[in-house]
Design a protein. Structure first.
Length: 213
């Protein structure tokens, strides 16, 4: 269920249909409620008494705080990657993958896969800092969620290339600046997604109130 939320298969603000999920997953509603309560504690689901469970609808403040956290973690990770003697071969492999994505017109699914490999694999895991990795693992799926809220494959590929080329040139300051620019743009896109969702929700509520007998 958490994976469905992260992949936006269950949309922000959507009510979770326990009965349908119970049938679909062939489990009773009791373990489903227990699982949902864990997701409430982890920040993925909201529980509304006497109403039900809803996929979390991130506010602009939530997005600001999550991207602030991402920026702090990933800049720190980048510094460790730099200090650990950068694997030039791995940089070249990432650059080749970017070229392939560009030639294929920036397919969204493959670009998201690249994004995850870069941010979580190359940066977070590549930091070789067990405490940073352990801390990041606690918010890993929330980081994935923010990534999926800011889908702009062409911009992402251009920005990733800037980060990789700076690392290739051993220019840490430029690499950090490129990473900050990338995350700031992604945050702005996530803001826009959040705003569109809020507007749709307000419109739907307005329509429902008008059609009440």
């Amino acid at each position: 269920m958490r994976t469905r939320i992260v992949r936006l298969e269950l949309k922000p603000g959507e009510k979770i249909d326990l009965q349908r999920l119970s049938i679909e997953l062939s489990v009773s509603q009791t373990p489903l409620r227990e699982a949902l309560q864990r997701l409430v504690e982890q920040g993925f689901v909201e529980s509304k008494p006497y109403v039900g469970y809803f996929v979390v609808q991130l506010t602009q403040k939530d997005i600001q705080q999550l991207f602030d956290l991402r920026k702090a973690l990933e800049i720190l990770a980048l510094k460790y990657v730099y200090a650990n003697n950068i694997d030039i071969k791995k940089l070249q492999q990432f650059l080749e993958r970017l070229t392939d994505l560009e030639q294929r017109g920036f397919p969204v699914k493959d670009t998201q896969e690249f994004d995850e490999d870069f941010h979580l694999g190359f940066l977070i895991n590549g930091s070789k800092n067990k405490w940073l990795k352990r801390f990041a693992n606690g918010v890993l799926d929330l980081i994935r969620l923010t990534t999926n809220l800011s889908v702009n494959p062409e911009a992402a590929c251009v920005e990733h290339r800037a980060i990789l080329l700076a690392l290739y040139k051993r220019d840490l300051e430029q690499a950090i600046l490129a990473l900050e620019n990338h995350l700031d743009r992604a945050k702005h896109d996530a803001y826009k997604f959040c705003l569109r969702k809020e507007v749709r929700t307000e419109c739907e509520l307005s329509i429902k109130s008008k059609v009440k007998p």
